[in-house]
Each structure stands twice: as structure tokens, then as C-alpha cells.
Design a protein. Structure first.
Lengths: 268, 268
């Protein structure tokens, strides 16, 4: 009944490990295609943007562009919805940060030395060493910047994961077994409080995403959190009309949960 | 028939985990006491220096002082010696760097978010948070400074380990169990070739320590490695007499292994 997040360096074997863990636990394996499928439900243009923006280092224009911010918010919302179902293995996309408050989420990172990764990519993609190395450096660079811009953290920091495995000496099967062995302890952490907290995080993400993907509103400073009692909205809105629109969307999304606005109207 | 190295930050629970693992496996736990005992074999003044220099970041003067370089070579030789005996849990002191080419060595790093570590040290040592923060800041800095000086790495990079554990979210028992789970796979790696490799590493370290702690010789540029066929000695000697003393010490320790000297005679 737990959740596993797998963050990995390209070519370290993280996908195979994630798939195998999911298979053995009979969990759903959530990767790019699952997420695209969910994102598309929100509108075809998000899927298009998603495929361009996903795992991509945003340029300085994109970073403040509504399509990037909207995409990230949609991504987070989809990941929380999947996490709420439990029994999932989530690959990448900052899942470890999204679920850092959830004690029954096991946050795993898979790494390997550059040489091993070059070898794996070279085999898997059928390219020579040089090409493999280029692919890797590009992918590492793009991915780490995406995560840094989206979550403002270095992606390999031990504080952000429960366990990190280096597959240079550990075989894939060993890592799978170690992850499986930790699941019973994680299951014990599924308390009503922890589940409620995940529901709160998911609701805040939904509200955030509904506002950010609404084309009548552009509020880049928006922050939506759940403080345990209510949904709290922070940010600077352009005028009263925009503020009203934001609150309207938020109330509709939040359902029975109360809203507390700490929004400022610009100039007041 | 394996070796576990445990690198840790202050207040992470690393030593507790190391002792628990050693106890469950019937391995010997190697910490400060055993290291200093090993160092003392060389002579009492090494023990005295050792007490000050162990896991300490050297000042610029110390770094080039013979007591520091000699002490480091003694620690390295001790660690290799313990590893050769097998069935050890070795704490800190760059053990993971020394044993990175030994596949039956399991290299772990145990840490936790700093605020959590401060809280633990504050409880354990009965000091206030401010004092605990200073204590941890000091010990983290000293350890990483030692590693940086000797191995040019900061000790916090997951790439230098097989497994990294965050005790902010995992309990001591969970981490100990993960380490124990991995031991059978490590033991399978104790092939004759791997053991021979360790023997060679240990011999080179022993010879280097014998030379650097000999007071008739001062050769700070000394390098001693085993290239698979022979012990190779490099460095700059000041005189023929010094060169001969170095080779004499080396031959005595090398037994049946061959020696190849690439020593340069200054001015020659």
C-alpha cells in the first residue's frame, strides 16, 4: 500500500529497476506515457507543450512563460492524483520532492559512474561511445536544470531521498530486492494522518493547476498550499477583477475545503 | 567474507548502525579505537599524533608535515590490513575511497538533514541547539576537510558509495537491515582475483607507510602502487643513500613481490 519514487541518472538502469519493482509488488508503473495520458485529458495543447517541455531545461523566456508554469503545475497535479491511488512506482519528474512529507513514500535514487552509463546507453540505443556520451551529457544537463528550476534543488542531494543506489557494484536484481525489503516498513507508516496530508497536498496541487491552466488568468507569483486547515492562496494579482477570478476558480476546485486568501492586489 | 565501510555525518546514527551491523554479522567494528591501536604499533609518538590528527582537517602547515603524511599512510595501511582480514565494518577515514576497486567491499554513506542531526546531538549530548549546531558544523567540516586533503573529494557525493541512506526518514533498524540484505551478494564477489587485488593494494599501502614513518627518510613526493606485477615506487630522493634506504625498506616488506623503482635522484 506504499508509494515508490525512483529518480535516476540516464543510463543507470533506473527504469528497468522501477519496472521490476512494480511487477514484483503488483504496483502500477508510472512513467512518461502514463503522465502524458493524464495530461492530455486536460487539453490537447498541454500534451503538445508537455512533450516539448518535459525534462527540458527551460530557456529564460519559457521559465516565466505560462506554458512552462502551467505545464509544471499540471504535472504535479497528475502525480499527486496517481500517488493518492497508492501502490504506484513513479519514475522521475521530481516525485521525491512532491512526496517528501509522506512517510509511506519510499524515495529512491539510482546512479552509476559515467563509464557504466555510457556503456549501457551505447548498447541500448545502438550508438557508439562518443554518441552515447553526448546523449548522456545533454540529458543530464537538461534534466538537472529542469528539476532545479521547477524545485530549486540539486538533484543528487542525499537529504532529498531515502536511499541512493550506485549500480556500478550493485546488480539490478540486488537493488530491486533492497527496495522490496524496505516496503513493509513503509507500509507501517500509512496512518490516517499521513493519508490526510497527502490528500491536502493533492488538493492544493489541483487548485494550483486549475488556476495556472486557466487562460483568463496569468499570475506568475501564485503559491497555493494547504496549511492543515484550509487552502491558502498567496501571490500578487494585477487587479481586483483578476483576484476575483482566481478566488472563483479556487473555490470551485477546493470543493468543501475552505479557502484563505493572502493575495495582494498590485499597488495596494 | 565481506567488508562494509560506513561514512557518516555527525548525528546521523552512522556509528550506531555500523555497530548493529557488525554485531548481527559477527564482524569486527573498526572505529577510532581500533585505528589508533593499529597506528600505535608503529610507535608511541604516532599514537600521540594520531589522537590529534584522526579525522581532522589539517592546517596548511600540517598538510606537508611528516607527522600528517605519515599518519595518513598509517591509517590507510591499517584500513587495508583490516579489510584483508575480512569481516569488518570500517567507519570513516576514507575507507570507501581506499576500497573502491574491491567488489566485496560494500561502501555506504549515512546522513540526515542537518536540522534533524542537530536535534539528535542536542538530545544525546544534553546541550542546547546552538551548541549542537556548532558541534556538528565543526565535526562535519573536519571530516570533509580531511577527505578533501587526502582524496580530493568531499565525502558527500553519492557517486563515491554503493548505497546512501537518509536517517531523517529511515530508522536505524531499517538501514541496518538494508546493509545486511546486501551482504550475501557482496560475499559472492570475494573471488580469488578480487582478493589478490586487495592483497596488492594492502602491500603497497604497507610499504608506503613503512617508508613515510621511517625517520631516516623524508620523501614527501613518495608514491607506491602495485601495478599487478610489481610494487612500483615513485618519488624524488635527495641522495643515493636515501634512495637505497627507501628500497631497503620496500624490499623488506615486499617479501616475494617484485619491486620496480622509478625513483628520481634529485639533481641526477
Amino acid at each position: 500500500m506504499a508509494i515508490v519514487t525512483i529518480s535516476r541518472e540516464c543510463g543507470a538502469g533506473g527504469e528497468e529497476i522501477g519496472r521490476e519493482v512494480a511487477r514484483k509488488l503488483k504496483y502500477e508503473y508510472v512513467s512518461k506515457s502514463t503522465i502524458y495520458r493524464d495530461i492530455e485529458k486536460h487539453g490537447e495543447q498541454w500534451l503538445k507543450w508537455g512533450m516539448e517541455l518535459d525534462d527540458h531545461a527551460p530557456s529564460i523566456w519559457e521559465r516565466y512563460d505560462r506554458s512552462f508554469a502551467g505545464y509544471v503545475s499540471l504535472l504535479e497535479h497528475c502525480i499527486y492524483e496517481l500517488a493518492l491511488k497508492n501502490n504506484v512506482v513513479i519514475l522521475g519528474r521530481g516525485g521525491n520532492w512532491l512526496l517528501q512529507e509522506i512517510p509511506y513514500a519510499l524515495r529512491v535514487r539510482i546512479i552509476a559512474p559515467m563509464e557504466d552509463r555510457i556503456r549501457l546507453v551505447s548498447d541500448r540505443e545502438g550508438v557508439n561511445r562518443e554518441a552515447a556520451e553526448k546523449i548522456l551529457r545533454f540529458s543530464d544537463h537538461e534534466r538537472s536544470i529542469f528539476l532545479k528550476k521547477a524545485y530549486h534543488r540539486d538533484w543528487s542531494h542525499p537529504d532529498d531521498y531515502d536511499m541512493t543506489f550506485n549500480t556500478s557494484h550493485l546488480g539490478r536484481d540486488e537493488v530491486v530486492k533492497l527496495i522490496l525489503d524496505e516496503i513493509p516498513a513503509r507500509d507501517k507508516q500509512i496512518t490516517p494522518e499521513a493519508q490526510e496530508r497527502l490528500r491536502q497536498l493533492a488538493l492544493a496541487a489541483r487548485v494550483n493547476s486549475d488556476i495556472r491552466t486557466d487562460f483568463h488568468v496569468f499570475i506568475p507569483t501564485l503559491e497555493v498550499v494547504h496549511d492543515g486547515t484550509a487552502i491558502v492562496l498567496r501571490g500578487v494579482s494585477r487587479d481586483l477583477k483578476q483576484q476575483g477570478r482566481v478566488l472563483e476558480i479556487a473555490r470551485r476546485s477546493a470543493g468543501a475545503t475552505g479557502i484563505r486568501s493572502e493575495l495582494h492586489v498590485r499597488g495596494t | 567474507m565481506a567488508v562494509v565501510t560506513i561514512a557518516r555525518t555527525g548525528g546521523s546514527g552512522g556509528e550506531e548502525i555500523g555497530k548493529a551491523v557488525a554485531q548481527k554479522l559477527g564482524y569486527e567494528y573498526i572505529g577510532k579505537n581500533m585505528i589508533l591501536k593499529g597506528v600505535e604499533v608503529r610507535g608511541e609518538q604516532w599514537l600521540e599524533w594520531g589522537k590529534q590528527l584522526d579525522e581532522h582537517g589539517p592546517s596548511p602547515w600540517e598538510r606537508f608535515d611528516r607527522s600528517f603524511t605519515g599518519f595518513v599512510s598509517l591509517v590507510e595501511s591499517c584500513i587495508y590490513g583490516f579489510a584483508l582480514e575480512n569481516n569488518k565494518v570500517i567507519t570513516g577515514r576514507g575507507g570507501n575511497f581506499l576500497l573502491k576497486d574491491v567488489p566485496f567491499a560494500l561502501r555506504t554513506y549515512i546522513t540526515a538533514p542537518v536540522e534533524e542531526r542537530i536535534r539528535r546531538v542536542s538530545d544525546r549530548e544534553h546541550v542546547n541547539m546552538e551548541t549542537a549546531r556548532r558541534m556538528i558544523g565543526f565535526s562535519d567540516h573536519e571530516r570533509s576537510s580531511y577527505l578533501h586533503t587526502v582524496y580530493h573529494r568531499d565525502g558527500a557525493d553519492p557517486e563515491d558509495y554503493d548505497m546512501v541512506f537518509n536517517t531523517g526518514s529511515l530508522s536505524v533498524d531499517e538501514v541496518a537491515r538494508q546493509i545486511l540484505d546486501e551482504i550475501p551478494a557482496r560475499e559472492k564477489q570475494a573471488t580469488p582475483e578480487a582478493q589478490e587485488k586487495l592483497r596488492q593494494l594492502a602491500l603497497a599501502a604497507r610499504i608506503k607507510a613503512d617508508i613515510l614513518t621511517d625517520f631516516q627518510v623524508f620523501i614527501p613526493t613518495l608514491e607506491v602502487v602495485h601495478d599487478g606485477e610489481a610494487i612500483v615506487i615513485q618519488g624524488v630522493a635527495h641522495s643515493l643513500k636515501q634512495q637505497e634506504r627507501v628500497l631497503e625498506i620496500a624490499r623488506r616488506a615486499a617479501g616475494t613481490d617484485r619491486i620496480r623503482s622509478l625513483l628520481n635522484l634529485r639533481g641526477a
